[in-house]
Design a protein around this ligand. Structure first.
Ligand SMILES: *Cc1c(COP(=O)(O)O)cnc(C)c1O
Length: 555
């Protein structure tokens, strides 16, 4: 896309994208999970497409967690600090006020991972006076979280001013960034003499918002008492804050009220979000822009080449599979069989993702594993304070120890592990409770590599995955007599049936059909689920739309 037309008139608005986490590469551990990976892929596609986007984030000095497994099979966390010398020092600082104290923020810059400019705010080393605030992503309680959100939101807008970067639109990726809206309002009141009402309306015309949370309880809320204590109100009154976010202050509700257009991250999630926020979103309609993944990051070049040139796709796949199996052997000592079916599942350990579903009836699945017809690789981290998540991991580790060489759990899930498994498995399993997976992106990465999705109908899946064409849908296999059973029981039944009657026979006996499905899978992912497509949609359906309306409003 061109940025200016022949008269030098600006065509594309410049966007500042605010996000708490960025997953650009495993060597820059500023991410916890899908939200961060999405933000990283977003910045990479912005760069590839030469779009005028910059990212605003926080330099977390410690890893979110490096999570290992002890001898009892229990996950434990360590938080190493990193040497971030490779970041560029902008030599620019800004500051925010937190609980009455001025906190000075250093601004770093990086674009070394093929990403559009990312500016990272830094309160210093953890041992420094305020350094603990930006020590660790999603660490600590509500006070720390609010302090971090002051830095991302208020500090983020001030960083743009300090750097002299002019932007047209502010994109809040998830509600964490919402205090940026309060800073935009404050600027307009103090610097342009606008009333609160006028400042709010002008701010709305500059802001778009993406929600990622399909459950009401998952939306972050804060007490006004704490917000005022920490100075997060940024000069606004209690009444004004309540008008934006209610009481308690709901970050998602406030983000909707501070933006003029919002989106959910898949068609299904858009619908869920519209239902959920129906009472708030009349001024900020919620559309759907489905997530996508950065193909050059996630797709093996050998797979891309074999697909493009009509080469031997199976051969290219086997190379990826062997690489994964070697990696597993180095990490764990387990010796998996490259000729046996390999099913992968790597995700954050959240109960709704049901990583243990496949083991619910070991009298069915146990013998298939023992026979050597089915191998499974798992990986995932639980949030350090999430005991339920850790017990899920512990159960998976138990399976790893029970079915030696056949079931493997890889500790310390990160982008490197993700890249290896989405390339090297044969099948990618996805069985969350519906409709809790807003989009999901690991299945897109797998599909790009010809790894076939075996999935429930949730998130992105309904927009591309055709049953028996490029994967399998559990929802196509719910028998009449189980219509009334609970979701776990129905899905378990469908999972076993498809696995035993379709996936395994096709894998071992119908290689041609399998390779046809691999091709269909790559075709689906390349045409529908790349972050290039996503970026174009953000420009065409959100940024340009809001930008034009803003220009009309100021004329
Ligand atoms: C892709 C990715 C995720 C997100 O996967 P989902 O399927 O959306 O849960 C999380 N963590 C890492 C390291 C990833 O690469």
């Amino acid at each position: 896309m061109q940025h200016t037309n022949n008269q030098g008139k600006k065509l594309l608005p410049k966007v500042a994208y605010f996000c708490m986490e960025y997953g650009l590469h495993e060597s820059l551990p500023l991410y916890a999970g899908g939200l961060g990976i999405l933000a990283g892929d977003y910045l990479k596609s912005a760069r590839d497409l030469n779009l005028p986007v910059i990212g605003i984030g926080i330099l977390w000095r410690q890893d979110y967690t490096e999570q290992f497994i002890d001898l009892e099979g229990q996950p434990y966390d360590v938080y190493p600090t990193y040497n971030f010398d490779f970041l560029e020092d902008t030599d620019v600082y800004t500051q925010v006020n937190i609980a009455g104290e001025e906190v000075r923020l250093k601004i770093w810059h990086t674009n070394r991972h093929g990403n559009a400019s990312l500016y990272l705010l830094d309160a210093g080393r953890p041992a420094m006076k305020h350094g603990n605030i930006t020590a660790r992503l999603y660490g600590g309680g509500p006070q720390e979280r609010i302090a971090q959100e002051i830095i991302l939101g208020i500090g983020g807008v001030r960083a743009l001013r300090a750097l002299g970067v002019e932007v047209d639109l502010y994109h809040f990726n998830e509600g964490h960034a919402v205090l940026a809206g309060l800073e935009l309002i404050r600027e307009k009141i103090e610097e342009q003499g606008l009333s609160f009402e006028e400042a709010w309306e002008e701010t709305r015309q500059q802001v778009v918002f993406t929600t990622h949370t399909p459950v009401e309880a998952g939306n972050e809320k804060h007490s006004h008492h704490l917000l005022f204590q920490l100075g997060a109100n940024n000069g606004l009154s209690y009444e004004q804050l309540v008008r934006l976010g209610g009481d308690p202050f709901n970050m998602t509700a406030a983000a909707l009220r501070l933006s003029s257009l919002s989106n959910g991250v898949s068609e299904m999630h858009g619908k869920t979000a519209r239902k959920m926020w129906n009472h708030i979103s009349e001024k900020s309609p919620i559309i759907s822009i489905t997530n996508g993944v950065h193909a050059p990051t996630w797709q093996a070049p050998e797979i891309a080449r074999a697909y493009e040139t009509g080469g031997d796709l199976w051969q290219a796949h086997m190379e990826q599979k062997k690489e994964l199996i070697n990696f597993v052997q180095e990490k764990t000592g387990a010796q998996m069989n490259p000729d046996a079916l390999l099913v992968g599942f790597a995700r954050r350990a959240a109960a709704y993702k049901r990583s243990d579903l496949i083991f619910r009836n070991t009298s069915v699945i146990g013998p298939v594993i023992e026979e050597g017809k089915l191998q499974l690789i798992f990986s995932g981290k639980a949030h350090p304070d999430d005991d339920l998540g850790k017990s899920i991991i512990k159960d998976l580790v138990k399976m790893d120890r029970q079915y030696k060489d056949r079931v493997v759990f890889l500790e310390n899930y990160n982008m490197e592990i993700a890249r290896k498994i989405v390339r090297g498995c044969d099948v990618w399993l996805n069985n969350p409770c519906r409709p809790l997976e807003a989009s999901g992106t690991s299945g897109m990465k797998a599909a790009l590599n010809g790894v076939l999705n075996l999935s429930v109908l949730d998130g992105w899946v309904g927009e591309g995955l055709k049953h028996r064409v490029c994967g399998w849908l559990l929802d196509e296999h719910i028998p009449e007599d189980l219509q009334e059973a609970d979701e776990d029981e129905r899905d378990l039944h469908a999972l076993y049936q498809i696995l035993l009657e379709e996936v395994i026979p096709t894998f071992y006996n119908k290689r041609e059909k399998w390779v046809e499905m691999m091709k269909a899978s790559i075709e689906m992912a390349q045409s529908k689920f790349t972050s290039d497509r996503m970026l174009k949609e953000y420009y065409e359906r959100m940024y340009l739309k809001v930008f034009r309306e803003k220009i009309l409003a100021t004329k």
